[in-house]
Structure formats: C-alpha cells, structure tokens
Design a protein around this ligand. Structure first.
Ligand code: FES
Length: 112
C-alpha cells in the first residue's frame, strides 16, 4: 500500500458526474462502492450538497427528496427526514445515514 496515495484518496468515491447532478439537482446511485447514495444539489450550490443513504430507516423503501419542503419523504409510510438526515415525522425513528459530498472537476464525490 502507498500511504501517500491512500491519504489523498481516503474514503472519497466517485458516484457520478456534475452533468448528471445538474440535470435534475439529484443523483441517485443504487450501487455505488459505498452502497446506495442520493446526492442533492447542483454545481451552483456545491457548498450545500447533501448526500445520504436513501434507504428509509423504517422498512427500507427508497426515500425521495422534496425540494419545496427541503426534506426527504418516504413514499411507503410517509416518514420525513430533515436535510441532515434526522427523522422528523412518521414511523421512522432513526436518522438516515449521511455522507460528505463534494465536486471535483466534473465528478461528484462522496466520502464513506
Ligand atoms: Fe419508509 Fe415505512 S419504509 S416510512
């Protein structure tokens, strides 16, 4: 193992491209190297990117991002989660798993 390379790249995984993210302001990747990831935001709001594991902590449905409410909502039983992943309403009690996200060149990176 190369320690210099390891520390430089530690934990950051490419989950998509800026073009994909900018198209809809959301990037859902079911099978990234760190599992399912939903990134919300665009390259214009890069500092406020949100990245979560979109698996609802109630029974495992895939949650949706509601931009108007600035919340994640589960289509199955209506659980709501705040931008930081905290469970707010409905049957889910545990928070969504969150990740750090950033844009580098034309790639969207998420830190496991
Ligand atoms: Fe999400 Fe039940 S699985 S609210």
């Amino acid at each position: 193992a190369n320690p210099v390379l390891n520390s430089a790249t530690k934990g950051w995984q490419k989950v998509g491209t800026v073009a994909q993210l900018d198209k809809t302001g959301q990037l859902l990747v079911e099978n990234s190297p760190i599992g399912a990831v939903l990134v919300v935001g665009t390259s214009k709001t890069a500092k406020d990117l949100i990245a979560v594991n979109p698996t609802c902590t109630h029974r495992g449905c895939t949650i949706d991002w509601k931009a108007e409410e600035s919340k994640f909502v589960c289509p199955c039983h209506g659980a709501k989660f705040a931008r930081d992943g905290k469970a707010q309403d409905g049957p889910a009690k545990k928070p969504l798993k969150t990740y750090q996200a950033k844009i580098e060149d034309s790639s969207v990176l998420v830190q496991a």
